[in-house]
Design a protein. Structure first.
Length: 137
């Protein structure tokens, strides 16, 4: 499994296992898909990229930056703000589980944006999560 996939699986597991998130978006609506969602509300596991941590001389640490998209049909942004807050709260308390090959050194939300979709009916939230991952050898 790639480091990015391990982080995606860990984030999804944390979100789907957190009551504060699933009270707003059922676990079955936390998805990895490449199209605009028709499911309301939904959390879509999005894009990511990895950067080698230059401070680790062993070259065994990577920063994985990952986006999570929140979609909700609503006239304003209040509902999507509640969901992004629940995501922040879910990520904050402890490191995410990454399986046997990787260790989560740190994981935190670095950015949250709330947007009005051009369709005039949908609110969109974008949460950026940064994870410092160490390769277990």
């Amino acid at each position: 499994m790639s480091i990015e996939t391990a982080v995606q699986v860990g984030i999804r597991s944390r979100l789907a296992g957190t009551a504060g998130v699933t009270a707003l978006v059922p676990a079955g609506k936390i998805l990895d898909r490449s199209q605009r969602p028709i499911i309301d509300p939904s959390i879509i596991l999005g894009e990511g990229h990895s950067i080698e941590d230059e401070d680790a001389l062993a070259r065994d640490r990577w920063r994985v930056v990952f986006t999570v998209h929140v979609w909700k049909k609503e006239p304003g942004l209040a509902g999507v703000r509640s969901i992004t807050w629940a995501i922040r709260t879910a990520i904050r308390p402890a490191r995410i589980e990454l399986g046997a090959d990787f260790h989560c050194v740190d994981c935190h939300v670095t950015d949250v944006r709330h947007l009005r979709d051009p369709d005039g009916e949908t609110a969109h939230g974008v949460v950026t999560i940064e994870t410092l991952v160490e390769i277990v050898e």
